[in-house]
Design a protein around this ligand. Structure first.
Ligand code: UGA
Length: 435
């Protein structure tokens, strides 16, 4: 099938490259000429495991191309996926101006029938707005026609290619049977259940899924505080809960709270949607409160142990909001580092991928060349992202380098007993501290 994907951000580019790899002919459009130039030259504008190979391979096979022109993309396709950004406004509401602008341009470029599919995460009833906007902007003189469908994405950054190729489910929100047929045939070679529903329900599935997952994280973080108070072990509590198939083991890792561009944004948007519809989404406000509180709690643990921070050297391992990505958006590390900096701490940080981005966000800290450099003469070491290479670090060497062998592990990466035996003071989340 000939497919256009409008918007070459994380979701759009992964979607385009994966569709091409499934054998479709894909044209990706983006208004950012620099980004398109980067893609045309065989590079990708962000880090995502496995994506570069897919882009290079499928571009070479002429199944994947790039353009800045929506009109060109529309002309060459039968199905158009919209995956432009839907950032948060001050009110928490999603800003849909990019969606409107793209839809207007699609409508004006239409010469025949196209299926227009929303891929971006959008509030319920956006499908109706897209339809109306298309109708208003369709060229009067031509035989332009269209249908609108919703096909939300459930890709995790860092595992997006794998999530695309092996999804738990594919959700397809349609108005007519033909749209279902087209979308089913696009995903034909992927082995996953397809949930077919109306457009509104598909839109809600996406927001409800992300909100539910965030709630799971805040729930376990809340329980981790109780574990700390009474000397229980949150890892055992999660394990014991997770074996219950109704609960499941994933997204029960306590830590320093969730970040990234999706959960905080989608929670705010879903709360706003609920309020607008007169439904009480107070529970989700508490999910946000616990998440903010979790970062503050971690900061308090550091301050209560180190006393005055002024002039103390603190090493930081990990900056991105989670491993296998260079994404710093809403990363807990930002708030934590800023707070420690405000108290005068001298921060030396290392992240395997996120440092170029981090340098634009955290301007008054130092960046180390490797994890060991962050530990040299440090009064404490903070683990903020659970990169694999940090799990495998030579802790005996770290201990020798540090001024005070003290680790605050915001991601529960290490075994407290082993660290105690090595001579560390070790403070983690929801587990008894080793002092
Ligand atoms: C999330 C969803 O998982 C995807 O299904 C969805 O498609 C995506 O948002 C989106 O809407 O585009 P993502 O933001 O990439 O994906 O990251 P996650 O892997 O879900 O992690 C989010 C945050 O939760 C991270 O900061 C992570 O450290 C934290 N987390 C996750 C925990 O603190 N504990 C856990 O047990 C799991």
């Amino acid at each position: 099938m000939n497919i256009a994907v409008i918007g070459s951000g994380h979701v759009g580019l992964v979607t385009g490259a994966c569709f091409a790899d499934l054998g479709h002919k894909v044209i990706c459009a983006d208004s950012d000429a620099k980004k398109i130039q980067t893609l045309k030259s065989g590079k990708i504008p962000f880090f995502e495991p496995g994506l570069l190979d897919l882009v290079v391979k499928n571009a070479a096979k002429k199944r994947l191309s790039f353009t800045t022109s929506i009109a060109t993309a529309v002309k060459r396709s039968e199905v158009i996926f919209i995956s432009v950004g839907t950032p948060t406004k001050e009110s928490g509401e999603a800003d849909l101006s990019s969606v409107e602008s793209v839809v207007t341009q699609i409508a004006r470029s239409l010469t025949g029938y196209r299926l227009v599919v929303e891929k971006s995460t959008v509030p319920v009833e956006t499908g109706n707005w897209i339809k109306r906007t298309m109708q208003i902007n369709l060229p009067k003189s031509r035989k332009a026609d269209f249908d609108v469908a919703s096909n939300p994405e459930f890709l995790r950054e860092g595992a997006a290619v794998q999530d695309f190729m092996k999804p738990d489910r594919i959700v397809v929100g349609v108005e007519i049977k033909l749209s279902e047929k087209i979308l089913s045939s696009i995903y034909e070679s992927i082995d996953a259940p397809i949930v077919v529903t109306d457009v509104n329900s598909a839109e809600i599935i996406k927001h409800a899924s992300n909100s539910f997952l965030s709630a799971k994280i805040s729930f376990i973080n809340m329980v981790s505080r109780l574990c700390e108070r009474v000397g229980a072990d949150i890892l055992k509590v999660s394990e014991g809960m997770g074996y219950d198939r109704r609960i499941g083991p994933s997204f029960l890792s306590a830590g320093i709270g969730f970040g990234g561009f999706c959960f905080p944004k989608d929670l705010a948007a879903f709360i706003h949607i609920g309020e607008k519809a007169g439904a009480d989404f107070g529970m989700l406000k508490e999910v946000i409160n616990i998440n903010e509180g979790q970062k503050k709690h971690f900061i308090r643990l550091v301050k209560d142990t180190l006393w005055n921070l002024n002039g103390k050297k603190i090493g930081v391992l990990g900056l991105s909001f989670k491993p296998d990505t260079d994404d710093m958006r809403f990363a807990p590390a930002i708030d934590i580092i800023r707070s420690l900096r405000n108290d005068g701490a001298d921060i030396h940080a290392f992240d395997p991928e996120a440092m170029p981005v981090a340098k634009t966000v955290l301007r008054d800290i130092r960046f180390a060349r490797n994890p060991y450099e962050t530990a040299r003469s440090a009064d404490a070491l903070l683990c903020l992202t659970e990169w694999k290479e940090f799990r495998e670090i030579d802790l005996a060497r770290v201990k020798r380098l540090m001024k005070r062998p003290l680790i605050f592990d915001g991601r529960n990466m290490y075994d407290p007993k082993a660290l105690g035996e090595l001579g560390f003071e070790y403070v983690s989340i929801g587990r008894p501290a080793v002092r």
